[in-house]
Design a protein around this ligand. Structure first.
Ligand code: SF4
Length: 394
């Protein structure tokens, strides 16, 4: 055939054969080039459908996907019994193999934190990429630095905390800067605010980061909502839009705070899920899913929970990949653990089916309840919450 490339045609045929062998189940797929290097890792509810989609309507694909398909020679896969496990496996494999077409790679390396340098006499709030245990306050990690820079700018503006890095204690200034003049800094530099008052302001920022709530933020949101209405009435839409953007930013930050809080709260827990009428218990330890226990009847759940609480019993469940390779878990609250917890919390929030998450410290009371209630079928267990949970994630 004129213009056809026999090598490409052959490659296409080989890929088609591989696609037809893919399962229609959840799992992870690994795409490799002619050197057998993994160039992309993805997850799917249905591996066959997902991989097939790379080869349909290819004219609409991004340049990245077109290049990926061009380089692709082999497709491997790892089926998983649940979609959640596919998500976790994908994340672990990406971190291990660092495939060139996985964008998460860059994000993973560059997780930023909010830092409050409490060791300074007049602390500042700013972005950092490190989180050492050095007596300063760190909050995060967050996904995107460019958006966090804007968030921090807004926090400093609303709370009027300083943004300069002058050594105020050593060199008090007799004049302030523009931030004081435009009302965006309480100006500790020239003694306009006492050290104690300034520290109160910093505590309020930390409370807001920790709790996602603050009187200062509430006042700001109320005041700006009134102002926005006014601007709209005067048809000053551009200024009203700017206020809306700041409000959206604050609301997004509050959601992020909740996500991080949940991630930390459930870093040691048991997650019970039902998927395709199958039930599983996932043991989460130090922020990583360690084991999966398939459950066929209520007694299996009791056995699994006993095994999880019994430290001497090692791994009666299915050990998840990524645990055995390192031999030990990551330390609590590391970036890797929080990343995995975020995946789990996101999944729980988007799950429409049955699930229940039990913090480790509540497992024994949950077990008592399982024993004292007559649980005839596994689907009944999901209604045993929330008495045994401090907060149900929804
Ligand atoms: S007003 Fe003073 S403390 Fe505030 S940012 Fe300016 S120089 Fe720093």
């Amino acid at each position: 055939m004129i213009g056809s490339n026999p090598k490409k045609t052959m490659n296409k045929k080989i890929i088609n054969i591989q696609i037809n062998r893919l399962p229609k189940n959840p799992g992870v797929y690994l795409m490799k080039n002619r050197l057998d290097e993994i160039i992309y890792i993805g997850k799917a509810k249905n591996i066959y459908n997902r991989v097939r989609s790379y080869f349909y309507k290819s004219q609409n694909h991004s340049p990245k996907i077109k290049n990926l398909v061009e380089e692709l020679v082999t497709i491997d896969f790892k089926p998983t019994p649940t979609e959640l496990e596919a998500l976790i496996l994908e994340s672990r494999l990406i971190k291990s193999f660092l495939p060139k077409y996985n964008r998460q790679l860059k994000q993973y390396k560059n997780y930023p934190f909010i830092k409050v340098n409490l060791k300074n006499e007049f602390p500042r709030v700013y972005l950092t990429y490190d989180c050492p245990d050095d007596g300063n306050y760190y909050f995060g990690p967050f996904n995107k630095a460019y958006s966090l820079v804007e968030d921090i700018h807004l926090i400093n503006k609303i709370f009027k905390s300083r943004t300069c890095n002058h050594n105020i204690k050593v060199n008090p200034m007799d004049h302030s800067c523009l931030y004081d003049q435009i009302g965006q800094c309480v100006a500790p530099c020239n003694g306009s605010v006492a050290k104690g008052k300034y520290k109160e302001l910093i505590s309020e920022i930390i409370d807001f980061l920790e709790e996602g709530e603050s009187d200062v933020i509430e006042d700001y949101l109320k005041h700006t909502s009134d102002k926005k209405k006014d601007l709209i009435a005067k048809q000053l839409f551009e200024q009203a839009q700017k206020i809306q953007r700041d409000q959206n930013r604050l609301n997004h930050l509050i959601k992020q705070n909740r996500l991080l809080k949940d991630a930390q709260q459930y870093a040691d827990s048991v997650l019970l899920i039902r998927e395709n009428d199958l039930h599983f218990a996932f043991h989460i330890s130090d922020g990583r899913v360690k084991n999966r226990f398939p459950l066929d009847q209520p007694s299996h759940l009791i056995d699994s929970l006993n095994a999880i609480t019994d430290q001497s019993n090692d791994t009666p469940g299915q050990l998840l990949p990524g645990i055995e390779s390192t031999g030990q878990l990551f330390s609590p609250l590391s970036k890797e653990c929080l990343d995995e917890m975020k995946i789990i919390i996101h999944w729980i929030r988007s799950d429409q089916g049955n699930h229940l998450i039990i913090p480790s410290k509540s497992i024994s009371s949950f077990l008592d309840s399982l024993k004292s209630n007559t649980i005839r079928q596994l689907s009944d267990i999901y209604s045993l919450a929330p008495n045994y949970l401090e907060s149900q994630i929804v």
